[in-house]
Ligand binder design. Sequence first.
Ligand SMILES: [Zn+2]
Length: 266
Amino acid sequence: MNLFFEKLTSPEIKAAAERNTLIILPVGQVEEHGPHLPIDCDCIIARETAVHLAQTIAADIPTLVLPTVWMAYSVQQVARWPGLITFREPETMIQVIYDLLASLIQNGFRKILIVNAHGNNPAILELACRKIGSDYEVFPAVTYALAMSKGVGAKVRQSAMGGCGGHAGEEETALLLHLAPETVHMDRATSEDIVQYQTRFFPGDIYSTIPDKVSGIYWSTWGVVPSKTGVYGDPTAATAATGKALFEEMIRTYVEFTHEYYRHVS
Ligand SMILES: [Zn+2]
């Protein structure tokens, strides 16, 4: 069964829309991920998650995966290390996503799941989707892939707290060791940038177990703790086995959510 949107013919797209097919849109970014991971790390995670999710649910839900949106918006702090390709303004990214979603709606699709893997994207994607909902009465879901691994993250992680800082730390490095090991240079990984600042307002680790954590605060990591190497966390602790456990949890969580989303959204 073909799962790739861009490989269909025009009449097949029409038939897919009539079947109320779910569209999965992977969104990444091209930016530095330390000295040990490729700059398309977020694209790899978004794409692999989207494809694996589609393969897992396709027997129950008609599904197509779009090509990955590989360019996004990043803050200039990242530009200190070569490799960044960014929109100058976040508004451009909002417009790109809005137009992409509006085109899908014009083609007759109403159920759209965004699989995002870049930390600067959630607020931008949410704004685009709020406007789409307001203009078209179509309500895409925005998801952050790393957040879907939280069910097992605290159990399978090998690093101390501050080692899974959300950017090229143990978590992303482990995922790439599992998904694309040929792109990872473990001999260049460094533990210089373990996130030392951790409070209940700034957990400093995506699998934080700090009790009474207060969610809903945005406070840029780049402003709270400077990074020496472009990493937040401890990639030296990463293994492919941890990456496999995180990825399987992500897919499990996505499958459950996708069934609920597809069933519930009109
Ligand atoms: Zn990343």
